[in-house]
Design a protein. Structure first.
Length: 236
């Protein structure tokens, strides 16, 4: 088949699955945050139990494996890009490289949140709901575990906004002249790290996070994008 006769054709296949899996992952991320969580806050106890035991496990399966396939396909694409580039890893020092690396790092953190925070905590919530439905006792940690998963999910919403921008900008918007941009790297590490720590360091109870409100998460995502984009423009 002609599509497999060149590196660009193989890259297209990887990109195709990268996009399909990414739509699945981010689509479910927005579904959980914009639809399911607000609905659960208003639902009856019986409805909450049904959603937690029957709907959530199915959605979370597609959610976490969508994240996995997105990551693997993305790594395959950047590997081909670096292999084909005359300077090899020097590609990462170009405008394309900084943009795509920014998107990749945000996507990697989001992936780690899915598999390392959201899914482990949601398993506890689901198991607790199953125990109650079977006539047993609720897991006393379930409420806090669910809230921790929600905060990590909200943080992923924040990261998703600049992540999608930089993924698209890599090929469609030259951001700056080529060269080292240490200032940008430092700003990105500090700001993104602060948002991630905000989610990871929550131990339960009060105070509530500002990210618990959907509009706050969306606005914060655009604020993060503005900080990163403005820094790239200034140092360029």
């Amino acid at each position: 088949m002609a599509i497999f006769d060149s590196t660009s054709g193989i890259e297209l296949i990887f990109r195709w699955f990268h996009i399909l899996a990414g739509i699945t992952w981010i689509g479910l991320l927005y579904y959980f945050n914009f639809v399911q969580v607000p609905f659960m806050a208003e639902a009856t106890a019986e409805t909450k139990s049904q959603v937690t035991r029957q709907l959530a496990p199915r959605a979370l399966w597609w959610f976490r494996y969508g994240a996995l396939v997105t990551l693997l396909m993305g790594l395959a694409i950047i590997t081909l890009k670096i292999t084909d580039y005359e300077g090899g890893f020097e590609l990462l020092g170009t405008s394309y490289g900084y943009a795509i690396t920014s998107g990749m790092v945000l996507g990697l953190i989001m992936f780690l949140n899915v598999w390392g925070v959201i899914w482990p905590n949601q398993k506890v919530v689901i198991a607790s709901a199953e125990a109650i439905a079977a006539g047993g006792q609720a897991d006393p940690s379930a409420a806090d575990r669910g809230r921790k998963a929600m905060l990590a999910s909200r943080t992923n919403v924040v990261f998703s906004i600049p992540m999608v921008f930089f993924m698209a900008a890599a090929s469609h918007l030259p951001l700056f002249a080529e060269g080292s941009r240490l200032v940008y790297v430092l700003v990105a590490v500090i700001v993104v790290g602060a948002f991630e720590l905000n989610a990871l360091m929550w131990k339960g109870g009060a105070p509530k996070s500002y990210l618990e409100k959907v509009p706050s998460a969306i606005i914060t995502g655009f604020v993060l994008w503005a900080i990163l984009y403005a820094t790239l423009e200034l140092v360029g």
